[in-house]
Design a protein around this ligand. Sequence first.
Ligand SMILES: Cc1cc2nc3c(=O)[nH]c(=O)nc-3n(C[C@H](O)[C@H](O)[C@H](O)COP(=O)(O)O)c2cc1C
Length: 202
Amino acid sequence: MKIVGICASPRKNGNTDTLLEKVLAGVKDQGAETEKIFLSDLNILPVSENEYESVTKEGFSVVQDDMNMVLRKIEECDALVMASPIFFGSISAQAKIMIDRFQCVWLAKNTLKKEMFQKERKGVFVSVEATNREDFFQNAKSIVRHFFATINVKYAGELFCPGVDTKGKVLEKPEVLEKAYELGAMLAGANPSASSLGDVPI
Ligand SMILES: Cc1cc2nc3c(=O)[nH]c(=O)nc-3n(C[C@H](O)[C@H](O)[C@H](O)COP(=O)(O)O)c2cc1C
Protein backbone atom coordinates (compact mmCIF):
# COMPACT_ATOMS: atom_id res chain seq x y z
CA MET A 1 0.00 0.00 0.00
CA LYS A 2 1.29 3.42 -0.93
CA ILE A 3 -0.06 6.72 0.37
CA VAL A 4 0.84 10.02 -1.25
CA GLY A 5 0.87 13.29 0.69
CA ILE A 6 0.66 16.58 -1.16
CA CYS A 7 2.05 19.62 0.61
CA ALA A 8 0.64 22.82 -0.88
CA SER A 9 2.35 25.27 1.45
CA PRO A 10 5.44 27.05 0.12
CA ARG A 11 6.97 26.87 3.62
CA LYS A 12 9.11 23.77 4.27
CA ASN A 13 8.75 22.56 7.87
CA GLY A 14 5.91 25.02 8.31
CA ASN A 15 2.64 24.16 9.99
CA THR A 16 1.06 22.34 7.05
CA ASP A 17 4.25 20.42 6.29
CA THR A 18 4.66 19.45 9.95
CA LEU A 19 1.10 18.14 10.21
CA LEU A 20 1.44 16.28 6.92
CA GLU A 21 4.65 14.65 8.19
CA LYS A 22 2.77 13.51 11.29
CA VAL A 23 -0.02 12.02 9.18
CA LEU A 24 2.60 10.20 7.09
CA ALA A 25 4.33 8.96 10.25
CA GLY A 26 1.03 7.38 11.26
CA VAL A 27 0.79 5.78 7.83
CA LYS A 28 4.35 4.40 7.98
CA ASP A 29 3.83 2.88 11.40
CA GLN A 30 1.07 0.76 9.87
CA GLY A 31 3.65 -0.62 7.44
CA ALA A 32 2.48 1.35 4.41
CA GLU A 33 4.78 3.17 2.03
CA THR A 34 4.59 6.96 1.77
CA GLU A 35 5.66 9.65 -0.66
CA LYS A 36 5.47 13.39 -0.12
CA ILE A 37 5.02 15.77 -3.03
CA PHE A 38 6.07 19.32 -2.19
CA LEU A 39 4.30 21.34 -4.87
CA SER A 40 6.55 24.41 -4.57
CA ASP A 41 9.55 22.30 -5.60
CA LEU A 42 7.86 21.47 -8.91
CA ASN A 43 7.25 23.31 -12.13
CA ILE A 44 3.46 23.21 -12.47
CA LEU A 45 2.02 25.88 -14.71
CA PRO A 46 -1.50 27.29 -14.35
CA VAL A 47 -4.00 25.67 -16.71
CA SER A 48 -3.62 27.01 -20.25
CA GLU A 49 -6.01 27.60 -23.14
CA ASN A 50 -4.65 24.46 -24.87
CA GLU A 51 -6.01 22.36 -22.06
CA TYR A 52 -9.63 23.39 -22.67
CA GLU A 53 -9.80 21.08 -25.67
CA SER A 54 -6.66 18.98 -25.94
CA VAL A 55 -5.57 15.98 -23.97
CA THR A 56 -2.98 13.28 -24.74
CA LYS A 57 -4.33 9.97 -25.98
CA GLU A 58 -3.50 8.46 -22.57
CA GLY A 59 -5.66 11.15 -20.94
CA PHE A 60 -2.83 13.27 -19.56
CA SER A 61 -2.06 16.97 -19.92
CA VAL A 62 -0.67 18.21 -23.23
CA VAL A 63 1.55 20.65 -21.33
CA GLN A 64 5.02 19.32 -20.69
CA ASP A 65 5.80 20.34 -17.13
CA ASP A 66 5.83 18.38 -13.86
CA MET A 67 2.05 17.94 -13.75
CA ASN A 68 1.90 14.63 -15.57
CA MET A 69 4.35 13.17 -13.05
CA VAL A 70 2.00 14.28 -10.26
CA LEU A 71 -1.00 12.84 -12.12
CA ARG A 72 0.74 9.48 -12.46
CA LYS A 73 1.75 9.37 -8.79
CA ILE A 74 -1.81 10.16 -7.73
CA GLU A 75 -3.25 7.64 -10.16
CA GLU A 76 -0.95 4.91 -8.81
CA CYS A 77 -1.32 5.54 -5.08
CA ASP A 78 -3.77 3.75 -2.77
CA ALA A 79 -4.79 6.77 -0.70
CA LEU A 80 -4.16 10.48 -0.65
CA VAL A 81 -3.44 13.20 1.90
CA MET A 82 -4.06 16.75 0.68
CA ALA A 83 -2.50 19.40 2.90
CA SER A 84 -2.90 23.14 2.36
CA PRO A 85 -2.72 26.24 4.52
CA ILE A 86 -5.55 28.76 4.37
CA PHE A 87 -4.54 31.69 2.21
CA PHE A 88 -7.09 34.47 1.82
CA GLY A 89 -9.90 32.26 3.00
CA SER A 90 -9.18 29.35 0.69
CA ILE A 91 -6.60 26.76 -0.33
CA SER A 92 -3.18 28.03 -1.43
CA ALA A 93 -2.46 29.00 -5.04
CA GLN A 94 -0.11 26.01 -5.27
CA ALA A 95 -3.01 23.69 -4.43
CA LYS A 96 -5.48 25.38 -6.79
CA ILE A 97 -3.04 25.47 -9.71
CA MET A 98 -2.49 21.72 -9.37
CA ILE A 99 -6.21 20.99 -9.01
CA ASP A 100 -7.11 23.04 -12.11
CA ARG A 101 -4.71 20.90 -14.12
CA PHE A 102 -6.93 17.89 -13.44
CA GLN A 103 -9.11 19.35 -16.19
CA CYS A 104 -7.51 16.71 -18.44
CA VAL A 105 -9.44 14.08 -16.46
CA TRP A 106 -12.73 15.69 -17.54
CA LEU A 107 -11.52 15.99 -21.11
CA ALA A 108 -10.38 12.38 -21.22
CA LYS A 109 -13.80 11.32 -20.01
CA ASN A 110 -15.76 13.48 -22.44
CA THR A 111 -13.64 13.35 -25.58
CA LEU A 112 -11.78 10.02 -25.31
CA LYS A 113 -14.48 8.24 -23.28
CA LYS A 114 -11.64 7.22 -20.99
CA GLU A 115 -12.08 7.04 -17.21
CA MET A 116 -8.68 8.00 -15.83
CA PHE A 117 -9.05 7.28 -12.11
CA GLN A 118 -10.93 4.01 -11.90
CA LYS A 119 -9.46 2.79 -8.64
CA GLU A 120 -11.62 3.89 -5.70
CA ARG A 121 -9.46 5.36 -2.96
CA LYS A 122 -9.75 7.29 0.28
CA GLY A 123 -8.38 10.73 0.91
CA VAL A 124 -8.09 13.11 3.84
CA PHE A 125 -7.64 16.86 4.02
CA VAL A 126 -5.36 18.71 6.44
CA SER A 127 -5.39 22.49 6.80
CA VAL A 128 -4.09 25.25 9.08
CA GLU A 129 -4.79 28.94 9.49
CA ALA A 130 -3.71 31.86 11.64
CA THR A 131 -7.20 32.93 12.68
CA ASN A 132 -10.17 30.92 13.88
CA ARG A 133 -12.48 31.09 10.86
CA GLU A 134 -14.40 27.86 10.39
CA ASP A 135 -15.93 29.26 7.19
CA PHE A 136 -12.45 29.45 5.63
CA PHE A 137 -11.86 25.76 6.37
CA GLN A 138 -15.28 24.90 4.95
CA ASN A 139 -14.55 26.93 1.84
CA ALA A 140 -11.25 25.08 1.32
CA LYS A 141 -12.94 21.77 2.06
CA SER A 142 -15.59 22.25 -0.64
CA ILE A 143 -12.85 22.67 -3.26
CA VAL A 144 -10.93 19.64 -2.01
CA ARG A 145 -14.11 17.54 -1.99
CA HIS A 146 -14.79 18.52 -5.59
CA PHE A 147 -11.21 17.62 -6.50
CA PHE A 148 -11.44 14.26 -4.72
CA ALA A 149 -14.75 13.46 -6.45
CA THR A 150 -13.13 14.13 -9.83
CA ILE A 151 -10.41 11.57 -9.17
CA ASN A 152 -12.64 8.98 -7.51
CA VAL A 153 -11.28 9.62 -4.01
CA LYS A 154 -13.71 9.29 -1.12
CA TYR A 155 -13.41 12.18 1.33
CA ALA A 156 -12.68 10.13 4.42
CA GLY A 157 -11.45 12.52 7.07
CA GLU A 158 -10.01 15.90 7.91
CA LEU A 159 -7.92 17.79 10.40
CA PHE A 160 -8.19 21.56 10.72
CA CYS A 161 -5.89 23.53 13.00
CA PRO A 162 -6.78 27.19 13.61
CA GLY A 163 -4.61 29.68 15.48
CA VAL A 164 -1.20 28.85 14.02
CA ASP A 165 0.75 31.46 12.14
CA THR A 166 4.51 31.48 12.81
CA LYS A 167 6.63 28.61 11.49
CA GLY A 168 6.53 25.64 13.83
CA LYS A 169 3.67 26.99 15.96
CA VAL A 170 1.75 23.75 15.46
CA LEU A 171 4.50 21.93 17.39
CA GLU A 172 3.10 23.63 20.49
CA LYS A 173 -0.16 21.70 20.01
CA PRO A 174 0.60 18.07 20.88
CA GLU A 175 -3.08 17.13 20.77
CA VAL A 176 -3.28 18.23 17.12
CA LEU A 177 -0.08 16.36 16.25
CA GLU A 178 -1.56 13.25 17.83
CA LYS A 179 -4.74 13.60 15.80
CA ALA A 180 -2.64 13.94 12.66
CA TYR A 181 -0.78 10.73 13.51
CA GLU A 182 -4.04 8.88 14.14
CA LEU A 183 -5.57 10.17 10.94
CA GLY A 184 -2.62 8.69 9.03
CA ALA A 185 -2.82 5.39 10.91
CA MET A 186 -6.51 5.05 10.12
CA LEU A 187 -6.01 5.99 6.49
CA ALA A 188 -3.51 3.15 6.29
CA GLY A 189 -6.01 0.74 7.77
CA ALA A 190 -5.71 0.89 11.55
CA ASN A 191 -8.93 0.43 13.47
CA PRO A 192 -10.08 3.67 15.05
CA SER A 193 -9.31 3.68 18.75
CA ALA A 194 -11.57 5.38 21.23
CA SER A 195 -8.82 7.87 21.91
CA SER A 196 -8.21 11.37 20.72
CA LEU A 197 -9.60 11.46 17.20
CA GLY A 198 -12.87 12.94 18.33
CA ASP A 199 -15.13 13.84 15.46
CA VAL A 200 -12.83 13.07 12.53
CA PRO A 201 -14.92 10.80 10.31
CA ILE A 202 -13.12 8.14 8.32
C1 LIG B 1 -0.56 34.69 1.46
C2 LIG B 1 -1.11 34.35 2.82
C3 LIG B 1 -2.46 34.46 3.04
C4 LIG B 1 -3.00 34.09 4.26
N1 LIG B 1 -4.35 34.18 4.46
C5 LIG B 1 -4.89 33.78 5.64
C6 LIG B 1 -6.29 33.84 5.85
O1 LIG B 1 -7.08 34.21 4.99
N2 LIG B 1 -6.78 33.43 7.06
C7 LIG B 1 -5.95 32.97 8.05
O2 LIG B 1 -6.44 32.62 9.12
N3 LIG B 1 -4.61 32.90 7.86
C8 LIG B 1 -4.07 33.29 6.69
N4 LIG B 1 -2.71 33.20 6.49
C9 LIG B 1 -1.87 32.65 7.54
C10 LIG B 1 -1.51 31.18 7.29
O3 LIG B 1 -2.65 30.38 7.07
C11 LIG B 1 -0.73 30.64 8.48
O4 LIG B 1 0.46 31.40 8.64
C12 LIG B 1 -0.38 29.20 8.36
O5 LIG B 1 0.12 28.72 9.60
C13 LIG B 1 0.64 28.97 7.27
O6 LIG B 1 0.89 27.60 7.15
P1 LIG B 1 2.32 27.06 6.65
O7 LIG B 1 3.28 27.30 7.77
O8 LIG B 1 2.09 25.65 6.39
O9 LIG B 1 2.63 27.79 5.39
C14 LIG B 1 -2.15 33.62 5.30
C15 LIG B 1 -0.77 33.52 5.06
C16 LIG B 1 -0.26 33.89 3.85
C17 LIG B 1 1.26 33.76 3.62
